[in-house]
Design a protein around this ligand. Structure first.
Ligand SMILES: [Fe+2]
Ligand SMILES: [Fe+2]
Length: 384
C-alpha cells in the first residue's frame, strides 16, 4: 500500500491509559474520499491485476489468462476459495475499480473487457463457493421471510466477539477490530446502494429510507462512514480509505468481495436485499457491546459515536429491513425468495468467519492482522 499516513505514534507509551493520553490526530469531521493506493500482491493473480493497474508490463489479457489458469490449476475447494489470499485480494482490487478506484491511469480499466472477464471468473468462483458452504433455509414462503430472517439473526454472535470485547477487550483488540472493519465501514452502505435502481415501488422506498440514514440524512458529518472514520482517529488509526487493505487477511476481504459480488450483478439483487437485512438485524446489540467496551477503556464519544448511532438506528432499520425490504422483495418476486435468504445467510456466515478468526487469534495470544503483525508496529511504521 503506497498511501502515506499521519497516524499518531503510540510506540512509546505501554499502558492503555498512556496511549489514550497521546495527542489527538488532526480533527476532520467529514473526510472526503481519497483514492486508495494499489495493494501489495499476494500471489500470481493479484500480481497480474495490480501490475495492469500500475501500468506495468502485464496486459489485461494476461491478467485474465493468469486468473483462468490459476483457478484451473489450483482447483480449490469452496472453503479454500473464501480463504485464498491471492484470489480475494485480486477480486477486491478489480471490484474496487467500480468504487473509488486507485487514482491513477489504471482507473481507465473499470470497463476493460479482459479485466471484467477476470472479475467474472473470480466472482463465479466466489459465488459457487458461497452457494456450497452457506446453509440457506429452504421451502420458505415469501410471507415467512421476515420471520425466518429474525430466526436466522437471533444469535447475534453472543457469547462471541462483541461479548468478549465488551467485557475484556483491550485497546489493541479494538484497534484490530477497527482495522478489519475499515475495509467495509469506510464505504458503508455503498455496495448495497447498487441495488436501488434495480428495485421497484415500496421495496425501493424501504431501501432508500435505510440508506438515507446510512448516508447521514443530508449531513456529511453524520454519514456512518464518517462516524467510523472518527472512531478510527479516536483510536489513533489512520482513516484513509482502503489504507489497511494490506493488513487484513482474505477472511476479512471476502466479506467485502461478497457484498460487491451481490451489488455489482443485477441478477443477484435479491441477495443484496437479504444481505443488507442481515446487517441491519445483527448490528444493534453488538454495537451496544462495542460502545460499552470502549467506554470501559476510557474512550470518549468520538470513539463510540459510530456504535452508539447503530444501537438506535438499527433498532428501527431492522424492522424496515425485515418486513418492507426483504419481505417486500420476496412478495414482489416469490421465485427469488431463496436468493434473499442466500444473501442473508452469506452475510452472517462471512461475519462469523472473520469473527472466528479474531477470536481464535486472540485466544492464541497473537494479532489477527495479516501475518500476525502487531497493531502497534503498524502505527509506529506509519508515524516513522
Ligand atoms: Fe450504518
Ligand atoms: Fe443501519
Amino acid at each position: 500500500m503506497t498511501a502515506t499516513s499521519t497516524a499518531t505514534s503510540t510506540a512509546g507509551p505501554t499502558t492503555d491509559a498512556a496511549r489514550l493520553a497521546a495527542p489527538a490526530r488532526r480533527a476532520r469531521t467529514a473526510p472526503l474520499p481519497r483514492p486508495v493506493g494499489l495493494p501489495t500482491p499476494r500471489g500470481p493473480v493479484s500480481a497480474a491485476v495490480v501490475d495492469v493497474l500500475a501500468s506495468g508490463s502485464t496486459t489485461p489479457a494476461d491478467a485474465r489468462r493468469t486468473t483462468a489458469a490459476e483457478l484451473e490449476r489450483r482447483a480449490l475447494g469452496a472453503d479454500e476459495v473464501l480463504r485464498d489470499e491471492d484470489l480475494q485480494l485480486a477480486l477486491w482490487t478489480l471490484q474496487e475499480l467500480s468504487f473509488r478506484g486507485f487514482g491513477g491511469a489504471g482507473d481507465r480499466f473499470e470497463w476493460d473487457l479482459e479485466l471484467v472477464g477476470a472479475r467474472q471468473l473470480l466472482e463465479g468462483a466466489l459465488e459457487a463457493a458461497l452457494r456450497q458452504v452457506v446453509d440457506v433455509p429452504t421451502g420458505v414462503a415469501p410471507s415467512e421471510v421476515p420471520e425466518v430472517l429474525f430466526a436466522m439473526t437471533a444469535d447475534d454472535g453472543a457469547p462471541g466477539m462483541s461479548d468478549h470485547l465488551a467485557r475484556r477487550g483491550t485497546l489493541e483488540q479494538f484497534r484490530e477490530l477497527v482495522v478489519h472493519r475499515s475495509i467495509y465501514h469506510l464505504k458503508e452502505a455503498d455496495p448495497h446502494t447498487w441495488a436501488i435502481p434495480r428495485l421497484e415501488g415500496s421495496v425501493k422506498a424501504a431501501m432508500v429510507e435505510i440508506q438515507a440514514d446510512e448516508y447521514g440524512g443530508g449531513r456529511p458529518e453524520r454519514m456512518h462512514a464518517a462516524l467510523f472514520a472518527r472512531t478510527m482517529r479516536a483510536l489513533g488509526l489512520d482513516d484513509t480509505y482502503g489504507l489497511y487493505v494490506d493488513e487484513v487477511p482474505a477472511t476479512t476481504l471476502v466479506g467485502s468481495t461478497a457484498m460487491a459480488l451481490f451489488g455489482l450483478n443485477r441478477r443477484l439483487v435479491g441477495a443484496v436485499v437479504g444481505h443488507l437485512a442481515a446487517i441491519e438485524m445483527t448490528s444493534s446489540l453488538p454495537s451496544r457491546r462495542y460502545g460499552a467496551g470502549m467506554r470501559r477503556l476510557g474512550l470518549d464519544r468520538d470513539a463510540t459515536w459510530f456504535y452508539d448511532e447503530h444501537v438506535e438506528a438499527d433498532a428501527v432499520h431492522e424492522q424496515i429491513a425485515a418486513h418492507d425490504l426483504a419481505g417486500g422483495f420476496a412478495r414482489q418476486h416469490p421465485d427469488r425468495t431463496s436468493e434473499v435468504l442466500l444473501g442473508a445467510a452469506a452475510g452472517l456466515a462471512l461475519d462469523e468467519l472473520v469473527g472466528g478468526h479474531l477470536r481464535s487469534s486472540w485466544e492464541a495470544g497473537r494479532s489477527s492482522l495479516l501475518g500476525g503483525r502487531a497493531v502497534d508496529d503498524l502505527l509506529a511504521a506509519a508515524a516513522a
